[in-house]
Design a protein around this ligand. Sequence first.
Ligand code: JET
Length: 244
Amino acid sequence: MKLDYVTIFPAYFAPLDLSLVGKAVEAGILNVGVYDLRDWAYDVHRSVDDTPMGGGAGMVMKPEPWGQALDCLLGIGADTDTEVNGRTCVIIPSPSGELFSQSTARELADYARLIFACGRYEGIDARVAQYASSAVEVRELSLGDYVLNGGEVAALAMTEAIVRLLPGFVGNPDSLEEESHSESMGSLLEYPVYTKPASWRGMDVPEVLLSGHHAKIAAWRLNQAEELTRMRRPDLLGRSGDSA
Ligand code: JET
């Protein structure tokens, strides 16, 4: 998979060299490119923003640098073979996007190439998404109902959710199966987990976990997961397994 990030703050993506993404790059299953939008801003001040048409507060990202950046990354108008075999999706993190979820991560893990367009200020001129969607799939995606200063942190979060699903990634394949929001857990949150010591600062690990009785342990975990979900995320109950 190829992951590209277009941003006015390339330094935000330094963490990609660490952790799981860095390991995936080393393992050769991932290729990462970080691009400074200003490299495609050709006026003297290399400006990327302008006042909103129709008035209002704040600034809007100009379409021209984004158009140049996308043409370049998608190989439009060039005699190069930069188009990757398989599907490409341009992802625009946005508080106005559709909600990003585990099922979105699973869908995106099947693409050959993802291009994250990280907006700032009041957003990117709406014609940019319209233009890109004539060439490739475009998805505006939101992490949740809150506002960030730009798409960078959201792009990193989505990246981590997607990359850990790539084949040949996480060491223990079972660890992907039982966690919250995975298929096999339905739409339940993960049950509480414990490790040694059996007693710590006056608190004991639930006795059933020391019993070695696998059926009882499974029943206890399911009950805990249901209880936790009822308390913290009642919105998840009564949903089918693939929606979380
Ligand atoms: C976000 C993502 O805040 C979030 O995304 C970053 C952001 C901030 C400001 C503007 C912006 O523009 C996007 C755009 O899309 C067409 O113009 C993006 C909150 N939850 N998830």
